[in-house]
Design a protein. Structure first.
Length: 223
């Protein structure tokens, strides 16, 4: 039977978050805070050079041609149009957040603009999500193949995560915040990102060894 997120966080959360934020352990520990964060007031509604560099901390790279379009082209202007409609303080699991990440909402449309370029630029769904997570870190999850494997590659991940974070009066959000406080991580690192780090940390070695098609933990976490 798949494990619940709350059980995993309570049992393993501190261990994985502490390992991730050990000095010099992972470059991703700078993703949220580099250059003041992607959601800082003066640039929260546009993709900047800082954002393109910050996603490299998560072991991905925006192709140069796409970067130019994001910084000074129609693609960037289109993404900004959507970002302006997404409150910077919106938090997944809080009232009203589900509508912000539903199919057809501005976050989904921005993600599709980026992901639809994958055949010609290689940006793909992982980088698209990480760019948007940099801009709206409390609302959009960092999500890659290692985390997806544990969930069994379901559809509608954003809304499913919202429901999990909202369930039982925000029990999971409270547990994630407690893990963050115990480890002493800057609270600019959202509880959503804490969840990503915990799930990534518990599965990365096995996933890379066994590969997704044979990974015994595929679908082992309930969502």
């Amino acid at each position: 039977m798949p494990e619940t997120l709350i059980a995993i966080v309570r049992r393993e959360g501190v261990t994985h978050l502490r390992a991730y934020f050990r000095p010099g352990a992972y470059s991703g520990q700078w993703f949220e805070t580099f250059a003041g964060g992607g959601d800082r007031f003066e640039s929260r509604d546009q993709i900047t050079v800082d954002d393109l560099y910050a996603v490299e901390a998560l072991n991905v790279q925006v192709p140069f041609a796409v970067g130019i379009e994001l910084l000074d082209g129609q693609l960037g202007r289109d993404i900004s149009t959507h970002l302006r409609e997404i409150p910077a303080a919106a938090e997944l699991g809080s009232p009203g957040a589900r509508e912000l990440v539903a199919d057809g909402a501005h976050a989904d449309r921005a993600w599709r603009l980026l992901n639809n370029r994958s055949e010609t630029t290689g940006i793909g769904w992982v980088i698209a999500g990480k760019l948007l997570a940099r801009k709206r870190p409390k609302l959009i999850p960092v999500y890659d193949s290692i985390v997806r494997c544990q969930f069994g590659a379901p559809k509608h991940v954003w809304t499913r995560l919202h429901d999990q974070l909202a369930d039982n009066d925000g029990e999971l959000r409270t547990a994630l915040a407690a893990v963050r406080a115990t480890v002493g991580v800057n609270d600019h690192v959202s509880v959503l990102r804490v969840l990503d780090i915990v799930l990534w940390g518990r599965h990365v070695d096995q996933h890379r060894r066994d590969r997704p098609t044979t990974c015994p933990q595929r679908g082992g976490v309930a969502l």
